[in-house]
Structure formats: structure tokens, C-alpha cells
Ligand binder design. Structure first.
Ligand SMILES: NC(=[NH2+])NCCC[C@H](N)C(=O)O
Length: 291
């Protein structure tokens, strides 16, 4: 009999990349929540480790984020090498640099990536208005940005632009849209979802990322969801996805054969209301484990 392949949760407790740093508390707050307690005995889910960024000690933000991301990449690679399935729980979205670098190192080639987010997160330090690194991870993974955040998993890009899709974006600056267009990344904005319907857009996105020969991942920024349904995020943007649509999509994505890793980021417990966002995370974990 084949050994049970467990879903291994890796906490990435950093808010250094965000303007509101409270998402650093996300993994620990979730681990203590009632929502997690109801899942903790699940036979297919294992809370692995929670990683923290190193103390400042005179280091700048990028150096600390890079250190955490290297550690996270090692942890994701080790999880895959052990035959388990990694799910990274952030932390601000800059931790994605570590998650998907770990997958690229394991695969030896760039992966596909579905980036479900209200934002494009494709700034470079030169184009960013805020300077916040959580607005830059997708560009880093494609090979552009602060050198310390590049090539962590393998030389060159960590993800394949031709097999990367952004889904649900509605808040961005023109420079990042231009960058993604030049890179050849398919971006499905919220207004396109409105016009064509979520199911058609999801089908298209999944077909692109799942065509990546070595496999793909899904990075979910909780701010993709409407803030009325998932208020516990650091950079809310109105008119987001329905939580029910997201759960249906997630269930389906989690069952696709090429899926190699999952990530849920930007949970900000300070802004949650009545545990609604923690409940959504728990539901997403349960769906992933069922698949
Ligand atoms: N992962 C996020 N919440 N990103 C928000 C980024 C917001 C804005 N575009 C910036 O670069 O500052």
C-alpha cells in the first residue's frame, strides 16, 4: 500500500515585506485559532514548522527577507523530497519568493504558477511606489528585482512566464502591468472575470499553468477574496472574488495531477472579524487535504 502523502503546513511568519507588518503574526495566530483546532487531528494534515525572519541586527529588509526565503526554499524542497505535499502559510506575499524557489530547486526547472491576488505584485525596487517587497515577488520569481531575492532555487527564473497566470487582479500600478505584458504573463483582471464568468477564466488559467512540463503551484493571496468575506488581510481591495467561488476553484485545482505545492498568504489576524478569514483558511486546508 502506498504511504499516505501528507499535506505539510509550513508557516512563514514574516511581515517585513508589507506596509502593515501584522501578517507576521498570521501563522501563529492561525495555529492557535478555533478554526485550526477543529482540523488539527486530521490524519492527512501535519503542521510542519513555522519559520521566522532573522532579527534586524543592522540588516536591511531585503537581506532579512532573503534569509527567510532561503530557509523556506530549503524547507519546501525537503518536504517534496520526503514525498509530502507542501502548503506554505504566510506571512506577507514576499515569502512566495522562498516557496516557489524551493519548488524550482526540487524540479530543476521553472514551474508553472497560478497567482490568485487582488494585486499584480510585479514591481521592481525601481518601479515601486511604496518600496514594500510584498509588491515585488512575482517579478523576482520571473528573474527581475533585488539580486538577493533572485536565483534562490536555481539559476535564472524560478517560474516559467509562459506558464504563469495572474487571476483576480484589480489594484495595481501601470509599471507592473507593463512588466507582465513584456514578460508574456497572462493576466486575468477582475473586470475580465466579471465579463466572462469565473469558471471560464479559471479553466483558461488552469490550462496554461498545468501545461508546465514539470508541474505547477498555486499562490493564493487572501486579498483576492472580497474583503467583506475575508477581512483579515493587510491590503484589502474592494470587489473581490466570492469565497464560495474560490473554494470551488481550490478544490478542483488541488485535484489536478500536476500540482506540486500550495501557498496561502497575507493573513492579518489584527484585521480579521469573528474569525471569518481563519475559517476560510481552515476550509481551504480541508479541501487541499481531501484532494
Ligand atoms: N501582496 C500585497 N498585498 N501586495 C500589495 C502591493 C500594493 C502596491 N502595489 C505596492 O506595491 O505597494
Amino acid at each position: 500500500m502506498k504511504a499516505l502523502r501528507r499535506l505539510r503546513i509550513i508557516g512563514a511568519a514574516s511581515g517585513i515585506g508589507a506596509q502593515d507588518a501584522a501578517c507576521a503574526d498570521g501563522p501563529v495566530a492561525f495555529h492557535r485559532s478555533q478554526a485550526w483546532r477543529e482540523l488539527a487531528e486530521h490524519p492527512a494534515i501535519d503542521w510542519g514548522r513555522t519559520l521566522f525572519a532573522p532579527a534586524a541586527d543592522g540588516q536591511g529588509r531585503s537581506a532579512r527577507i532573503a534569509a527567510l526565503c532561503r530557509h523556506l526554499a530549503d524547507e519546501v524542497e525537503a518536504t517534496l523530497a520526503a514525498g509530502d505535499f507542501p502548503l506554505v502559510l504566510g506571512g506577507d506575499h514576499s515569502v512566495a519568493i522562498g516557496t516557489w524557489s524551493g519548488l524550482a530547486r526540487f524540479l530543476g526547472v521553472p514551474s508553472g504558477l497560478l497567482w490568485i491576488d487582488a494585486h499584480l505584485d510585479s514591481h521592481t525596487p525601481e518601479s515601486s511606489y511604496s518600496g514594500a517587497v510584498h509588491g515585488m515577488p512575482l517579478a523576482c520569481l520571473l528573474g527581475r528585482g533585488d539580486k538577493r531575492l533572485l536565483a534562490i532555487g536555481r539559476p535564472g527564473p524560478q517560474i516559467s512566464a509562459a506558464h504563469t497566470v495572474v487571476l483576480g487582479a484589480r489594484s495595481y500600478e501601470p509599471e507592473e502591468r507593463q512588466f507582465l505584458a513584456q514578460a508574456g504573463v497572462r493576466v486575468i483582471m477582475a473586470e475580465e472575470i466579471e465579463a466572462r464568468g469565473f469558471a471560464a477564466c479559471l479553466d483558461e488559467a488552469a490550462a496554461i499553468v498545468a501545461a508546465a512540463p514539470a508541474g505547477f503551484g498555486v499562490s493564493l493571496d487572501l486579498d483576492a477574496v472580497d474583503p467583506a468575506l475575508a477581512p483579515g488581510v493587510g491590503s484589502p481591495a474592494p470587489d473581490g472574488l466570492l469565497a464560495s467561488d474560490l473554494l470551488t476553484a481550490w478544490r478542483w485545482l488541488a485535484g489536478l495531477p500536476g500540482l506540486r505545492g500550495l501557498e496561502i498568504v497575507e493573513y492579518n489576524p489584527d484585521r480579521d472579524r469573528h474569525g471569518a478569514t481563519a475559517q476560510l483558511i481552515a476550509a481551504l486546508l480541508a479541501e487541499a487535504a481531501a484532494a
